[in-house]
Design a protein around this ligand. Structure first.
Ligand SMILES: Nc1ncnc2c1ncn2[C@@H]1O[C@H](COP(=O)(O)OP(=O)(O)OP(=O)(O)O)[C@@H](O)[C@H]1O
Ligand SMILES: [Mg+2]
Length: 453
C-alpha cells in the first residue's frame, strides 16, 4: 500500500528534506512550494495524502492559510487525507485543523519515524475511505469490464462458502467479531468485507496492528492524550478509538498483546468509554469491534498468556478462516484471479497455467496461504518468457507439515478435477475448456478418455 503524496511547504529546504524522507514510502511524491498550484495539481494527479504546512510566508502568517487550503482540498475531494505540519508555536491551530477534518498533525522539527508512521496511518485511512467511496464502484465497473470476478473475496469451496455465509449474516449486526486463521488467509480482507456490508459502511474503518504498538505508547495511541500529558505531548491528540467513533475498529494481531495491555483494553471495551492520557474525563465511544489473530487464544488462555474475560468480550462471533490447503480448487480460482491481475499489470495478457503446473499448486501446502499464492503467481508472471506457466515456473518451498489429503492425490486425479471444473465453468464448451486450460482439443479429449476408461 503505497499511494501518492503531495507535500506543500513554502520553505524549499524543508520541502526537499520532506521529499527525500518520504520518497521510498510512496509511489509518487509531488513537492509543491506554491500553494496556488495546489488545486491544479490535485486535479491533474491522483493524490491520496497531502502533507500541508500551516504557515505560508506569503500570506498573513496566522496559520489561517493552512486551514484555508485544508478547506480547499476538502472541497475538491473530501476523501484526500490531510496531515498538517506545523511549527511548535502553532499547536492550537493544528488542533483546530484536526477539528476541521485534518487527519493529524506533526510538529516541526519533526521526528522522522513519527512522521512516517503518521503518513502510513493517513494512507491507511485513505485506503479504507476509498473502499467505501465511488472510486470502488469505478474500480468494480472496470473489473467487470475486464471480466474479472466482481467480488474480492474469492472462493467456492465448502469451507469458504461457510465463512461467507457467516460474514453476510453477522455484517449488519453490531456484534463483536473475532477472526482467526493462519497468516495470509485473508483475515483483514474479511474484516473489510464485514465493515463494507455493515450499517457503518459509510463510516471509517480504523485498523490498529496491536503487535506493532509499544507498551509505552499504547494508551496514547489508542485513547489519545491531552496537551502536556507527558513530556512529548505538546499537542492534544485523538486516539484510534476516537478516530473510529461511529465506525469500525479493527484490532489486528490481538494475540500479540501483553497481559498488562489486555487488561487496559478490557476496561475500555467493558465501559465503552475512553479516557485520554492526562485527562480524567471519560469520552463515550461507539465502535463496532473486529479483532483478528493467528494465535490459538484458548491455548494461550490455558498457558496463562491471554485473559479469558477479554476473549469473551471480543468473540461474540468467531469466524475461522480455513487455511488455503483446505480449500481444494479455490487454489486454482485464486491462481486464475491473480494470473489475470498480474497478466494485465505486467503486460502479459492471456498468460495461462498448464494443468501440470496447476496440479503442483494444488499439491502445495501453502504455509503462507493466499498471500504466498499471490506472490508466487506474481513472481511467475514476471519471470515468464512464454504464455504458459509450467511446473518449472513455480519453485515452491516444500514443508514437512504438508499433510493435506491433496498430497496423496496423483497428478492425474488433480488434472481430472481441474478439467471437470473447467467443463462446468464453460458449460461444456470444449473449445473454451481447452483454451482455458492451455491445451489443444485433441489433448483434452485424449485426457478425458483416459480418465473414463
Ligand atoms: N479469498 C480471497 N480472495 C482474494 N484475495 C484474498 C483472499 N484471501 C486473501 N486474499 C489476499 O491475500 C492477501 C493476504 O490477505 P490478508 O492480509 O487479509 O490476510 P491476513 O489473514 O490478515 O494475513 P496476516 O495474518 O499475515 O496478517 C491479501 O492480498 C488479500 O487481498
Ligand atoms: Mg492481517
Amino acid at each position: 500500500m503505497k499511494g501518492n503524496i503531495l507535500i506543500l511547504d513554502d520553505n524549499k529546504s524543508v520541502l526537499t528534506a520532506l521529499e527525500m524522507l518520504v520518497q521510498t514510502e510512496f509511489d509518487k511524491v509531488f513537492p509543491l512550494s506554491n500553494p496556488n498550484l495546489l488545486l491544479a495539481t490535485l486535479q491533474q494527479q491522483n493524490i491520496d495524502v497531502v502533507l500541508l504546512d500551516m504557515n505560508f510566508k506569503a500570506g498573513i502568517n496566522t496559520g489561517n492559510e493552512g486551514i484555508f487550503w485544508l478547506h480547499q482540498i476538502q472541497k475538491q475531494d473530501p476523501s484526500i487525507v490531510v496531515v498538517m505540519i506545523t511549527a511548535y508555536g502553532d499547536v492550537e491551530l493544528a488542533v483546530k485543523a484536526v477539528k476541521e477534518g485534518a487527519f493529524d498533525f506533526v510538529l516541526k522539527p519533526w521526528d522522522n519515524h513519527k512522521l512516517i508512521s503518521t503518513l502510513h496511518a493517513a494512507m491507511k485511512l485513505r485506503k479504507s475511505q476509498m473502499d467505501n467511496s465511488a472510486l470502488t464502484k469505478t474500480a468494480r465497473t472496470l473489473k467487470q469490464a475486464l471480466r474479472l470476478p466482481a467480488q474480492e473475496l474469492i472462493g467456492q469451496s465448502e469451507p469458504m462458502k461457510k465463512v461467507m455465509t457467516v460474514v453476510k449474516k453477522v455484517a449488519a449486526t453490531d456484534a463483536n467479531i473475532l477472526i482467526v486463521g493462519e497468516n495470509g488467509t485473508g483475515k483483514e480482507l474479511i474484516a473489510r468485507e464485514i465493515h463494507q456490508h455493515s450499517l457503518r459502511k459509510d463510516e471509517v474503518m480504523v485498523n490498529v496492528d496491536m503487535g506493532a504498538i509499544t507498551e509505552t505508547l499504547f494508551e496514547s495511541e489508542l485513547f489519545g492524550h491531552t496537551k502536556g500529558a507527558f513530556t512529548d505531548a505538546k499537542d492534544e491528540r485523538a486516539g484510534k478509538f476516537e478516530a473510529a467513533h461511529n465506525g469500525t475498529l479493527f484490532l489486528d494481531e490481538i494475540g500479540n498483546l501483553s497481559l498488562a495491555l489486555q487488561a487496559k483494553l478490557l476496561v475500555v471495551l467493558q465501559s465503552r468509554n475512553i479516557v485520554k492520557v492526562g485527562s480524567n474525563k471519560p469520552i463515550p465511544i461507539n465502535i463496532r469491534l473486529i479483532t483478528a489473530t493467528n494465535k490459538d487464544l484458548p491455548k494461550m488462555i490455558a498457558d496463562g498468556f491471554f485473559r479469558e474475560d477479554l476473549l469473551y468480550r471480543i468473540n461474540t462471533i468467531t469466524i475461522e478462516v480455513p487455511p488455503l490447503r483446505e480449500r481444494g480448487n479455490d487454489v486454482v480460482l485464486l491462481a486464475e484471479f491473480y494470473l489475470e491481475k498480474y497478466g494485465l499489470k505486467y503486460n502479459k495478457p492471456g498468460i495461462k497455467i498448464t494443468p501440470k503446473a496447476a496440479g503442483k499448486l494444488l499439491r502445495h501446502s501453502w504455509p503462507g496461504n493466499v498471500r504466498e499464492l499471490q506472490h508466487s503467481i506474481e513472481k511467475a508472471v514476471i519471470l515468464a518468457d512464454s504464455e504458459q506457466l509450467t511446473e518449472e515456473s513455480f519453485s515452491l518451498q516444500s514443508t514437512k507439515s504438508a499433510s493435506s489429503h491433496l498430497h496423496n492425490k496423483t497428478i492425474e486425479e488433480m488434472e481430472k478435477e481441474m478439467i471437470q471444473a473447467a467443463i462446468q465453468k464453460e458449460n461444456g464448451n470444449m473449445s473454451a475448456v481447452a483454451k482455458k486450460l492451455g491445451i489443444s482439443r485433441p489433448t483434452l479429449y485424449k485426457k478425458l478418455k483416459s480418465f473414463y476408461t
